[in-house]
Design a protein around this ligand. Structure first.
Ligand code: S3P
Length: 440
């Protein structure tokens, strides 16, 4: 059991070859599409984090047979439609889970009530409820579309929807609903976001057309297509691999390899940015696995230089800015991160919490409405001090980022609520300890 507080301090170099748990985005989608399909879908490499387990329970509540065969090996048997759940669907901490499931459920003639933990109940659901209402779904709940809320589905008519923000969750919710809408659903995304839903829909036998236009990426999906069960292999999550890799980059003498990391280019913005900062980050063994490109990434301790991250790269690394900010704290010169207002509506306000945590550790940070700048320690000339307890507001990535910071700062860094790390990266602490990290 993880204690109420975890502490990270600098020590020996980090060394080793590891694999991180399966990709969270793909794991949610594999369970949901498996439940929407007819027949038995087999999944291996499923992330068994709290977020995904909540989605597995939800799929069972909507009528699928969900069975765990062994480590990361699951089957989902669907009948081609959802039944009305007998109880409230609790999605825990998972924004992806609840938003995609609401989209899928909206396609059926049923009523379902959704809730989540304190963080999820504070997050905006209007971004999904608005397009679902245009498709014909009904909902009732708290002002501003916060959970808990009750959604009524069925009788949907396809829409053409231009995404008002770069969000793969919103895109995916509309596509999932569009599967059971009358007519052709068209989603236009001005900025391309992770495309796991489009890829996986094809793997389940659906026809999805993707093209580029002056307005952006256009995705077309005809309603009424029946999904067929599939075999899904989930590769390692690049968003999880980011933590041990950055830890190696900032800890002198380190060399860490993470094998089998998914390398979809709509997810690898962090690695591109780190290379631009001068990181010794080498990707080898590129191969295809489960319809996605996968490779092994080796990081060695590096002298990093601050950069300005192009705002257009944000969708390809939106969950990685907290750990990039940690790398930036050890770089020479400022790292400027802009066009990332979406970070404020994640599991926590991640701009505010990273700015507060880094400042408390003695790092120079300038916060803006839609971004922040981290002024690095000039390659060790002004060591990062640490020596504080960071409030994580129950956000797993805020906790892991500050623990990595503590591995290279002068004094230990403590985080509260470390149990939340299990939402996305169960085994994080043991894996880091196995590399030599002093986290306890
Ligand atoms: C996700 C999309 C992103 C990301 C989240 C996972 C997904 O959210 O932050 O962790 O699986 O579609 P947004 O769609 O809100 O940007």
């Amino acid at each position: 059991m993880i204690s109420a507080v975890l502490s990270a301090r600098s020590g020996a170099p980090l060394r080793g070859v590891i694999r991180v748990p399966g990709d969270k985005s793909m794991s949610h989608r594999a369970l949901i599409l498996g439940a929407l399909a007819t027949g038995t879908t087999r999944i291996d490499g499923l992330l068994e984090g709290e977020d995904v387990l909540a989605t597995a329970r939800a799929m069972a509540a909507f009528g699928a047979e969900v069975v765990r065969l062994g480590d990361g090996e699951w089957t989902v048997t669907g009948s081609g439609s959802f039944v009305e759940p007998a109880d409230i669907i609790d999605c825990g901490n998972a924004g992806t889970g609840v938003r995609l499931i609401m989209g899928a459920a909206a396609g059926f003639d049923l009523c379902a009530t959704f809730t989540g933990d304190g963080s999820l109940r504070a997050r905006p659901m209007g971004r999904v409820l608005d397009p679902l209402a245009l498709l014909g779904a009904r909902w009732i709940g708290r002002a501003g579309g916060r959970l808990p809320l009750t959604l009524g589905g069925g009788g949907l008519k396809a829409i053409r929807y231009v995404l008002p923000m770069a969000s793969a969750q919103v895109k995916s919710a509309v596509l999932m609903a569009g599967l059971n809408a009358h007519g052709e659903t068209v989603v236009v995304e001005p900025e391309a976001t992770r495309d796991h839903t489009e890829r996986m829909l094809r793997a389940f036998g659906a026809q999805v057309e993707v093209s580029d236009s002056a307005e952006g990426r256009v995705i077309r999906l005809a309603g009424g297509q029946a999904l067929q069960a599939a075999q899904v292999s989930v590769p390692g999550d690049p968003s999880s691999a980011a933590f041990p890799l950055v830890a190696a980059l900032i800890t002198p003498g380190s060399e860490v390899t993470v094998e089998g990391v998914m390398l979809n280019s709509l997810r690898t913005g962090l690695f591109d940015t780190l290379v631009e900062m001068g990181a010794d980050l080498v990707i080898s063994g590129r191969r295809l696995a489960g319809g996605e490109e996968v490779g092994d990434i080796t990081a060695r301790h590096s002298n990093l230089t601050g950069v300005e991250v192009p705002p257009r790269r944000a969708p390809a690394m939106i969950d990685e800015y907290p750990i990039l900010a940690v790398a930036a704290a050890f770089a020479r010169g400022p790292t400027v991160m802009r066009g990332i207002g979406e970070m404020r509506v994640k599991e926590s306000d991640r701009i505010a919490l990273m700015a507060a945590g880094l400042s408390a550790c003695g790092v120079g940070v300038e916060e803006e409405a839609e971004g922040f700048t981290v002024v690095g320690s000039a390659g060790g000339n002004h060591p990062v001090q640490g020596g504080v307890r960071v409030t994580t507001h129950g956000d797993h990535r805020i906790a892991m980022s500050h623990l990595v910071l503590g591995l290279a700062s002068s004094l230990a860094v403590e985080v509260d609520e470390p149990g939340m790390i299990a939402t996305s990266f169960p085994g994080f602490v043991g894996m880091m300890q196995g590399l030599g990290a002093e986290i306890a």
